[in-house]
Design a protein around this ligand. Structure first.
Ligand code: ADP
Ligand code: MG
Length: 339
């Protein structure tokens, strides 16, 4: 075959292979967009575990009608404009590829209105074929509808699991987002019935902790908040007697972004080493904050990983902070619920 440029839709479908694994990844990208838009409330309606329908409605800043085609085109973003912006990125998104990727493998609709605009508008994309912008009544904010995920990519559709399983993955992502943003209200419905509601509690992150991971975790957690060397680590770690058989309650956020990081996970494990029985897993919700220039978030399209400029420093800081907090438990410190 001669060398030819790939058609746009195929480029987007290839990108979708990295960004859109299953309904939960769509929910993640869309809710992150809502949060980047400053939403205070996000409604998430699902049908059949998100396979049939994912509808995310937010009350964020909205998109002007003339920019809707850009929102669904590749490498178009309102979040960064230069390499300096990328190096200091404070939003969850910045790659400008979630919407075009999702829209290339589903029946997609975006409708939006800015508060200052009189009329809203909508744009439909069907398996990557972009329609015309049409007027559409809409409250200030944005709605994105994703129907029949992978309907045009049978090889991917085959890998979707049962409704329950897909719903479970979505719930897990939402838990992780809910923990990071106690100030935002999240409402979830599944197959027309209310399924989950995270109430906003700006002043009370501990209440969100209880709503999300259960009162038992909250009662047995120690509040952490320590700063030094330009780093801040805050959140909760479970006392050693509240350990788990699996790593199912381990949440790490770097500058508000949920990530997996072997380096930090290792530091946590090391801190717990002497106080946990062999094979037991610690439970924690930890927020690490540092200057954005000291961490590279552009490591993977799905942004699950970051790279620290100084991994050693981060490791030692996390280890020391937790080791000290855990040493206090042995001396009989008070758990959060009682504090
Ligand atoms: P990214 O988030 O990386 O910029 P996306 O493809 O997710 O890329 O979104 C493209 C653009 O569409 C965003 O930069 C933003 O300007 C706009 N957008 C997407 N979703 C929303 C939303 N819910 N509210 C306001 N603007 C949005
Ligand atoms: Mg995005």
């Amino acid at each position: 075959m001669p060398i030819r440029p790939l058609p746009d839709t195929l480029i987007n479908q290839i990108a979708a292979g990295e960004v859109v694994e299953r309904p939960a990844s769509v929910v993640k990208e869309l809710v992150e967009n809502a949060l980047d838009a400053g939403a205070r409330r996000v409604d998430i309606d699902l049908e059949e575990g998100g396979i049939r329908l994912i509808r995310i409605r937010d009350d964020g800043c909205g998109i002007p009608a003339e920019e809707l085609p850009l929102a669904v085109s590749r490498h178009a973003t309102s979040k960064i404009a230069s390499l300096e912006d990328l190096e200091a990125v404070a939003t969850l998104g910045f790659r400008g590829e979630a919407l075009p990727s999702i829209a290339s493998v589903s029946r997609f609709l975006i409708a939006s209105r800015r508060r200052e605009d009189e009329h809203g508008a909508a744009l439909q994309v069907d398996g990557g074929r972009v329609g015309e912008v049409v007027p559409r009544a809409h409250a200030p904010g944005t709605t994105v509808e994703v129907r029949d995920l992978f309907y045009n990519v049978p090889a991917r559709r085959k890998f979707l699991r049962a409704e329950r399983t897909e719903l479970g993955h979505i719930e897990e992502w939402l838990r992780s987002l809910a923990l990071a943003r106690p100030d935002v209200e999240l409402r979830v419905s599944h197959n027309g019935r209310p399924a989950r509601r995270y109430r906003p509690g700006e002043a009370d992150a501990a209440a969100r902790l209880g709503q999300t991971l259960g009162e038992d975790f909250a009662r047995n957690a120690l509040r952490i908040d320590h700063a030094g060397a330009g780093l801040r680590l805050h959140g909760w770690i479970a006392q050693p007697h509240y350990s788990r058989a699996s790593a199912d309650q381990q949440y790490l956020y770097v500058n508000g972004r949920a990530v997996r990081d072997r380096n930090v996970a290792h530091a946590v494990r090391l801190a717990y080493q002497d106080v946990l029985y062999h094979g037991r897993q610690p439970a924690y919700v930890l927020f690490l904050e540092l200057e954005p220039q000291r961490v590279d978030v552009n490591v993977h399209p799905a942004k699950h990983e970051v790279r620290f400029r100084d991994a050693r420093l981060v490791h030692d800081f996390v280890f020391r902070t937790l080791q000290e907090a855990l040493a206090d438990t042995r001396a009989g410190a008070t758990p959060v619920a009682a504090a």
